[in-house]
Each structure stands twice: as C-alpha cells, then as structure tokens.
Write a protein that binds this ligand. Structure first.
Ligand code: GRF
Length: 212
C-alpha cells in the first residue's frame, strides 16, 4: 500500500477527490495516512476528520523561526513513513530539505497547463485572471513532481479545459477544478500506487495508457 500524506491550506476539494477515489475504488493500493495544513481553519481538515483521517495543523506562525517550522514538518512526514506527499493547494513553500529527501515522491496540482501561467505569484484566482487577460481559448490543469523550482518539476498528467466567452476568473477556476483537477490528481495517485510512473532525466514515462 502506498502511504500518502496530503498537504493543504484551504477548502480541500482536491483532497476530497482523493478520499472519494479511495472509497469508490478508482484509486487502489493507497492509504491516506495524514492530512496536514498550515491553516488551522482550513475546511480540508474537517474533511479529513470526517473520514477518520489524521488531521494536523503545522503552521509557521507557531514556531519562532522558519527553520523550526521546517524541521517540525520534516519530522512529522518522516514519522508517518510516507511514500508520497501530495500538495493539494498548499500555500507554503516546501523546504529544500524535504524536496531532496522526497525526490520524485512529491506531487503538486497546478490549475493551468504548465508552462503557461505558472511560477512565482501564480496561485489561486491569479492563474485564471492571467489566462483570461491573455485571451487563451484553452487552459487546464497539471500534476507535476516537485523539484526545487516553482512549478518546474517533471510533468505527470495534464488535462485541457475550454475557456468560454464571458468567463469570470471564478467560473473558470470552478470549471478547471471540475473537469481537470479532480480527475487528474486521483489518477496520478493511483498510477504511482500501481507502479505505472517512472521518472527519467526530468521526464515522466507512463507505463499505462491514460484517458487524459
Ligand atoms: C486548486 O485550484 C489547486 O490547483 C491549487 O490550489 C487549489 C486548491 O483547491 N494548487 P482545494 O483546496 O483543493 O479546493
């Protein structure tokens, strides 16, 4: 069983998609061990508790230095003996020590087709505002492995979503979540859990055809 920890900061709809996938059997060979948020009020923590999953708050605010926070996060991840860390809307920069320890074992969901509308400052609604501002007709979501850059790691899955004339950033955000994020994130987890993903020279090789 793949031991998974999910890191969140907000509503947790992507977390919910993973919980649902495990429950309905579309994600196999996977145990959701812990959910960690930097924000004690994140609704994602309630979702975890409701399903009997450990829900922890580890916030930089509760530590005197950033290093102490980094160490606390590192120690909890180690203690849970995780095989995969999923960043599902986690708004804290992952310390280098964790990225190096978990090389090709951390994935992130980003709400655009990388390399468009990504990098520093591109998070939340901003991504969709920029896509609309540029007038793209297609956007989407990307699941990628996390390396030391911002949204620069190997791309695992992508799914395109049509932009509709007159879309507001909020409407587009919702459509990208429904049509892409909630599909490709659970799919990425089950592919990894079933040993269908290999990373070679910064590129992801899928050992199974996907419907994305
Ligand atoms: C999603 O749009 C995801 O792409 C981004 O943060 C958002 C998290 O939403 N990284 P939720 O908390 O899963 O509802």
């Amino acid at each position: 069983m793949l031991r998974v920890g999910v890191l969140v900061s907000g509503g947790g709809t992507n977390l919910q998609a993973i919980i649902n996938g495990i429950q309905d059997g579309t994600i196999t060979n996977t145990e959701l061990v812990t959910v960690i948020s930097n924000n004690k009020n994140a609704f994602a923590l309630e979702r975890a508790k409701k399903h009997g999953i450990e829900a922890l708050c580890i916030s930089p605010k509760d530590y005197e230095t950033r290093e102490q926070f980094n160490d606390a996060l590192y120690d909890v991840l180690e203690d849970r003996a995780l095989d995969l860390i999923v960043l599902a809307g986690f708004l804290v920069v992952i310390p280098e020590k964790i990225i190096k320890r978990y090389e090709n074992q951390i994935i992130n969901i980003h709400p655009s087709l990388i390399p468009s509308f990504c990098g520093t400052g591109y998070y939340g609604l901003k991504v969709h505002e920029k896509a609309l501002e540029r007038g793209v007709k297609i956007t989407g979501a990307t699941v990628h492995f996390v390396d030391c850059g911002t949204d620069t790691g190997p791309i695992l899955l992508q799914k395109a979503v049509a932009v509709k004339q007159g879309d507001t950033p909020k409407q587009l955000q919702q459509r990208v979540m429904e049509e892409a994020e909630w599909k490709i994130l659970p799919q990425a987890v089950t592919l990894i859990a079933n040993h269908k993903v290999r990373v070679d020279k910064g590129q992801v090789l899928l050992l199974e055809e996907t419907s994305c």
